[in-house]
Design a protein. Structure first.
Length: 306
């Protein structure tokens, strides 16, 4: 299987590349022009041999000619990760986030749809989105794929736009598009938690946290067993408040800091409860997470230490 991974030099992208290589796939890694195709990674990321095994390609999502040059090849599968992935960056410039996340996805699927119509290729296309597209809810329960989409941030709205672009191409052309909504949160304060007082944002929201290996395992399974035109939550369904997470990290470090609210770190329009129901993903692929929250936190701390 020949697989294109866009955003292959990002955090999740490097893990996807590693998994695909381990599965014996021929991997093409698309990165923004000017970005190093072989970034110096943390210990758990790509080895020099793995980086050497990837064919690296420059991709600028804002440039139709660049998209066509990279995407119009006979791939068996495409994992589309390239995006404005920072919520704060998307808030600073919503138009740019829409241009990259929604219009960029539209450019990619249109080139792939043209290749399908011409008989050059018929790839499975995994469009990676976010659980944030569900928006706020008054019901503290795991979100299902049948729940309405109601994004309440520029980032989530732009990712919902990317989903729509992909699924519209599936309905119009038969391009085999699958949408994966990831619920995994990143941990940003692990390194600072050993301080006596740590400035934090709002610790009341409830989230879930998945190990990146579990997330990538879900993506790999969807490439083989996912159904085109369908959306799948990649989620554990296990809720944890950010306050509980803060103190669990502190216990692992062996410190007991005092969290101090900082208005500068509070996000407007924050979603109080965002947890996903992955029953559909499990039924289609047999996927289930293997790493516990403490496993994930320990690996985060190890990576921070490196």
């Amino acid at each position: 299987m020949k697989v294109l991974v866009t955003g292959a030099d990002g955090f999740v992208g490097r893990w996807v590349v590693r998994r695909l290589l381990a599965d014996g796939r021929e991997v093409y890694g698309a990165v923004r022009p000017g970005q190093s195709p072989a970034p110096v990674p943390p210990a758990a990321d790509l080895t020099p041999a793995e980086r050497e095994a990837v064919r690296w390609l420059p991709l600028e999502l804002l440039d139709t000619a660049s998209v066509r040059k990279v995407v119009d090849l006979p791939y068996d599968a495409v994992v589309h990760l390239a995006a404005v992935s920072s919520g704060s960056e998307a808030t600073r410039d919503p138009g740019y986030a829409w241009t990259v996340n929604a219009a960029g996805t539209a450019r990619i699927v249109e080139v792939l749809a043209e290749a399908k119509r011409a008989g050059r290729a018929d790839p499975v296309v995994l469009v990676v989105s976010t659980g944030e597209v569900y928006g706020a809810s008054h019901e503290p329960r795991p979100r299902r794929e049948t729940d309405p989409v109601a994004p309440c941030s520029p980032y989530a709205a732009s990712k919902a736009g990317g989903e729509l672009a992909g699924l519209e191409a599936w309905r119009r052309t038969g391009l085999r598009v699958i949408v994966a909504r990831a619920f995994a949160e990143r941990l940003r304060f692990a390194k600072r938690v050993a301080a006596p007082v740590v400035k934090v944002g709002n610790l009341e929201p409830v989230r879930e946290f998945l190990h990146v290996r579990d997330v990538v395992d879900a993506y790999a399974r969807l490439l083989v067993k996912g159904q085109p035109g369908e959306t799948y939550n990649v989620a554990s369904g296990q809720a944890v408040s950010l306050e509980e997470l803060f103190f669990r990290l502190a216990d692992l470090i062996g410190a007991r800091p005092i969290p101090e609210a900082d208005p500068e770190l509070v996000r407007g329009g924050d979603i109080f409860h965002l947890v996903g129901d992955a029953a559909k993903l499990h039924g289609a692929t047999g996927w289930t997470p293997h790493y516990t929250l403490d496993d994930t936190l320990r690996d985060v701390l190890d990576a921070q230490a490196d």
